[in-house]
Design a protein around this ligand. Structure first.
Ligand SMILES: Cc1cc2nc3c(=O)[nH]c(=O)nc-3n(C[C@H](O)[C@H](O)[C@H](O)COP(=O)(O)OP(=O)(O)OC[C@H]3O[C@@H](n4cnc5c(N)ncnc54)[C@H](O)[C@@H]3O)c2cc1C
Length: 303
């Protein structure tokens, strides 16, 4: 719980004596897949765990709201931005990947595709189905990313996290709850994790990964930025089919439109605003509710 307000004397920030480079008013549009979003009041990319701990502890002491950003592929940041600290785990300590057969350990800032490729090259199977999912390992763990071939939470041995006061902890797989596009890790900062995988030949795995990549590319809009997934698939059906059936695929709000390639994605054209994307997602959700009586749950997280 916040204990004190973030207010600091004019010209200073609550982080001036923390020995970590902190930027003010960093445009978050630079860090989101949609390329949208206003500024973060404070923003930093700590070099390692010790620096991160100092920033996190300071936020805790001063009551500064804190959020972590991964690849920004599942985020909708409003034009007003975020009045707090946004941390991005881009430093080398957070993106390291270590293969120790049959296990793989990786930092939360590593790109998911790099973790999958490292495992495949080492002849360790179980993560290939995640290959086309954009973003970082941390974002994937928090949202239990997955698709037809399984979810990331199924292969976890343990996850290292940082608590709100900057202290570190290790959570075993049995202590973490993974559900459809959600995990109980959403109460902490994920630092990294350890997977236990299946030994197979790199050749077999590479073929499987390439096949998965082709399927993913054919089912979803191209990996170019400016798209976002709107809804979670409800049990027994897909959000895409419900959007089609409800006739919502032709909806648009300003420069935000439903993707022609896949009706569960929103496409933001040049000059689109976060608010237009948000309104479109709500309009599609209302249409599905009115016409089909199904309440879709948003996949994209609105800050
Ligand atoms: C083209 C496209 C295709 C997609 N396909 C899929 C798919 O097939 N399956 C699927 O599940 N998803 C899919 N997604 C959604 C998205 O890519 C995933 O949710 C992804 O795992 C998000 O990772 P990220 O690093 O970008 O997280 P972000 O969008 O940066 O963040 C998402 C959430 O995770 C939190 N977070 C990020 N890192 C950490 C950390 N280290 N510690 C604590 N919290 C953290 C953020 O605070 C935020 O709450 C797709 C998105 C796009 C744009």
């Amino acid at each position: 719980m916040p204990t004190r307000k973030a207010d600091s004397p004019a010209g200073t920030t609550p982080f001036d004596d923390v020995a970590v480079a902190v930027a003010c008013d960093e445009p978050l549009a630079r860090h989101t897949w949609l390329g949208l979003g206003g500024p973060a009041r404070y923003f930093c990319e700590p070099v390692g765990v010790e620096a991160l701990s100092k920033v996190v502890a300071r936020c805790h002491e001063r009551g500064v709201p804190l959020k972590v950003i991964g690849g920004g592929s599942n985020l909708l940041v409003p034009s007003s931005g975020f009045q707090g600290m946004v941390v991005r785990l881009s430093g080398p300590e957070f993106s390291a990947i270590r293969v120790d057969p049959p296990c793989v350990e990786a930092g939360a800032g590593a790109k998911l595709v790099h973790v999958v490729s490292a495992a495949v090259q080492a002849g360790l199977g179980g993560l290939e189905s995640l290959v086309g999912i954009p973003g970082t390992l941390g974002g994937a763990l928090v949202g239990n990313a997955g698709g037809h071939g399984g979810e990331i939470g199924q292969r976890i041995v343990s996850v290292s996290v940082m608590n709100a006061d900057g202290s570190l902890a290790e959570r075993k797989a049995s202590e973490v709850s993974f559900q459809s596009r959600w995990s109980s890790l959403d109460d902490a900062i994920v630092i990294g994790c350890r997977f236990e995988l299946d030994r197979e030949t790199a050749e077999t795995l590479t073929k499987r990964m390439q096949k998965q990549w082709i399927v993913q590319r054919s089912e979803q809009p191209s990996g170019t930025r400016s798209v976002a997934m709107m809804f979670k698939d409800p049990p027994g059906t897909t959000a895409e089919s419900l959007v089609y059936q409800s006739g919502a695929k032709d909806l648009r709000v300003g420069e935000a439109a439903v993707s022609e390639a896949h009706a569960n994605f929103v496409v933001a054209s040049v000059r689109c605003t976060s608010e237009e994307v948000r309104s479109l997602v709500e309009a599609v959700r209302s249409r599905v509710r009115e016409r089909l009586g199904v309440e879709l749950t948003p996949q994209i997280e609105v800050w």
